[in-house]
Design a protein around this ligand. Structure first.
Ligand SMILES: C[S@@+](CC[C@H](N)C(=O)[O-])C[C@H]1O[C@@H](n2cnc3c(N)ncnc32)[C@H](O)[C@@H]1O
Length: 226
């Protein structure tokens, strides 16, 4: 297995504008209750108090997709990883407004959570509109690289689904190469609509909406862990 630490330096923003008073108060109140413990092994009993199926979203942005999935499957436990504080606030707003009780948050690099989960413990994982790092010399910064994807493969159960979405042609080609050369996954597509049309149970993300507003095509990939 190649080294997942090739992207160990986390690129990108951790904070944007200062939070408004209401956002700061919500974060102070709710984030400590929902945060993934800072060290030690992680599993469903530790995070949710029972043996429920686990799902993970890498870089949930403002959280609309994660909140949508969590609302669809209240008996599953959802781990969301996102270092950007404004994004975390977005998810907290969903948690509060929709009364979601099945979400835990890691405000940092998703690799830090993946490494602490038991092998074959995830029922699903999502990577939606990851930062594209389009220049070839920045390709190692992309989450979609052999090391992180090997680590993800180890943490997914056999038969688990990995969903990946992008509107970025460079990332799309790159991802097809990385995923296509990984023997742990089968691509669930037999016709163009299987990757050109968003499945009904795949809530639209903020970045996807922006991409559509700019007239970009969006590609939806579903892989099964063999
Ligand atoms: C382009 S945004 C997309 C956000 C969201 N998925 C969407 O579609 O609207 C990519 C997000 O991934 C986050 N991110 C980047 N690297 C990450 C990592 N290693 N672990 C977790 N999140 C990461 C960034 O902070 C950013 O919010």
């Amino acid at each position: 297995m190649s080294d997942p630490t090739t992207i160990r330096r986390l690129y990108g923003r951790r904070q944007g504008h200062p939070l408004r008073a209401g956002q700061a108060a919500l974060t102070e109140r709710l984030l400590p209750l929902l945060s993934v413990p800072g060290d030690g092994p992680l599993d469903a009993p530790r995070l949710f108090g029972d043996d429920r199926p686990l799902e993970l979203e890498i870089g949930f942005g403002r959280g609309e997709h994660l909140a949508g999935q969590a609302a669809m499957r209240p008996d599953h436990g959802f781990i969301g990883c996102e270092p950007f504080l404004d994004g975390v606030v977005g998810l907290l707003l969903h948690v509060e407004a929709e009364g979601l009780e099945n979400i835990r948050i890691h405000r940092d690099d998703a690799l830090g959570v993946l490494e602490r989960l038991p092998d074959a413990s995830l029922s699903r994982a999502y990577l939606l509109h990851p930062d594209p790092w389009p220049k070839a010399r920045h390709a190692k910064r992309r989450f979609m690289n052999k090391g992180p994807i090997d680590l993800l493969a180890a943490k997914l159960k056999p038969g688990a689904e990995f969903r990946f979405g992008t509107d970025h042609p460079v990332y799309c080609r790159w991802a097809m190469m990385v995923m296509g050369s990984n023997p742990a996954f089968d691509w669930l597509a037999s016709a163009p609509d299987d990757f050109l049309v968003r499945p009904d149970d795949w809530p639209e993300t903020r970045y996807e909406a922006k991409a559509r507003a700019h007239g970009h095509e969006v590609w939806y990939f579903r892989y099964i862990r063999k």
